[in-house]
Write a protein that binds this ligand. Structure first.
Ligand SMILES: *Cc1c(COP(=O)(O)O)cnc(C)c1O
Length: 368
């Protein structure tokens, strides 16, 4: 029946969480935005909490509400809630809101007044990434926050690193220093957040000074390296990739040397060979511009991608002696020789994107 599947090993996620927790005294916030980086929001969130994560983090309010509807009770922070978001529903569901602007603070205050529920907020400051968080509005906001401090619960104070995956760059130290300076200003104004959080996976794995009392871990929990070049591979970091992506061979056929493969004729086979047509394409999240540096595993043998990826299929070179048959399962990416890291470098992107873009046509199968 099945054409494709993504096997997600929840015990690998649990092992990764234990391994990360052994490297910090801080609590762990499991980042499960974007359908848990493609691994499946609710099953991953449950596995993470059972493995010792005490917080959940998502981008969208919708994602937080799915977690609450599934019965998850851990604190949840949503950090991408534009003006006009339904903060009344957020408060009724006990979702913590990140505050990056005075406008958003005012909306959340109003929702607090409407519901009679004290908003739980995390103040986000921009320490050098020029993305989310307070920058120019900060001094004015600090006064507004002091005036309204009784109407909110200041749960968190946080920021985000731009270059924590490059340990030799000074940018991280600069951001950390700025964070501490802003925290002192907050304290000098008489405000005490319950938690401070700054570290992503890369900072959690490499720089204990950034941990404070809570670390926000995404990619490492899924068993992938934040940056293979600078920090080493999954294996070198002691992490187990949790997702193995599989697809069936739709067809196996022999072709002559000189045959051109796929749209645009971008690849020509050099010698007589057998090609396998894999029943998965860019509609499933496989990047279209994937070079022959990407491989699938067919009965334990590596077979390179050949030609451009189509919407629902792509072609691999099985070699003349292959005994593969149509209907056989192949591993598109998995653990070692055909990892998400290799697919990332073969298509000019990062492992984060490779797993996150696997689409809804691919059923997730959970191994426990
Ligand atoms: C995605 C995200 C993280 C997790 O980053 P990783 O590099 O995957 O660990 C942490 N914090 C915020 C605000 C994020 O958006």
């Amino acid at each position: 029946m099945m054409r494709v599947k993504a096997e997600v090993d929840l015990s690998a996620i649990a092992a990764n969480i234990s391994h990360i927790k052994s490297q910090t005294n801080a609590q762990l916030l499991a980042v499960v935005k974007a359908d848990a980086y493609g691994h499946g929001l609710v099953p991953v969130a449950e596995a993470a909490i059972n493995a010792g994560a005490s917080w959940l983090g998502v981008a969208l309010l919708e994602e937080a509400l799915v977690l609450r509807a599934a019965g998850l009770r851990a604190p949840i922070i949503a950090w991408l809630t534009p003006p006009g978001s339904d903060f009344v529903t957020a408060l009724k569901n006990g979702v913590d809101i990140s505050i990056p602007s005075i406008a958003l603070f005012n909306e959340v205050l109003s929702a607090g007044e409407v519901t009679g529920i004290t908003p739980r907020i995390h103040v986000e400051v921009d320490t050098g990434m020029s993305r989310g968080g307070f920058l120019g509005e900060w001094p004015e906001f600090l006064e507004i926050l002091v005036m309204n401090s009784k109407k909110i619960h200041l749960v968190g104070f946080w920021s985000h690193f731009a270059r924590a995956d490059e340990p030799k760059e000074s940018a991280t130290a600069t951001q950390l220093a700025r964070f501490k300076e802003l925290l002192l200003q907050l304290r000098a104004a008489g405000l005490r957040p319950d938690h401070c959080h700054l570290a992503n996976s890369a900072a959690t794995l490499t720089n204990a000074e950034t941990h404070f009392d809570l670390v926000r871990v995404g990619i490492a929990m899924y068993g992938l390296s934040p940056d293979v070049e600078t920090l080493g591979s999954s294996r070198e970091l002691g992490l187990l990739p949790a997702m193995v992506l599989k697809a069936k061979l739709n067809l196996v056929k022999s072709v002559r040397a000189g045959s051109s493969v796929g749209y645009g004729g971008t690849a020509i086979v050099k010698v007589d060979t057998k090609l396998g047509v894999v029943a998965m394409g860019y509609a499933d999240g496989i990047p279209r511009n994937t070079s022959s540096a990407a491989h699938v595993l067919v009965a334990g043998e590596l077979a390179p991608v050949i030609g451009r990826v189509s919407m629902d299929q792509f072609v691999v070179d099985l070699g003349i002696n292959s005994t593969a048959q149509s209907g056989d399962w192949v591993t598109v990416f998995g653990l070692a020789d055909n990892s998400a890291d290799q697919w990332a470098s073969a298509s000019g992107t990062i492992n984060y994107e490779i797993v996150t873009r696997i689409g809804p046509r691919v059923p997730r199968i959970y191994l426990r």
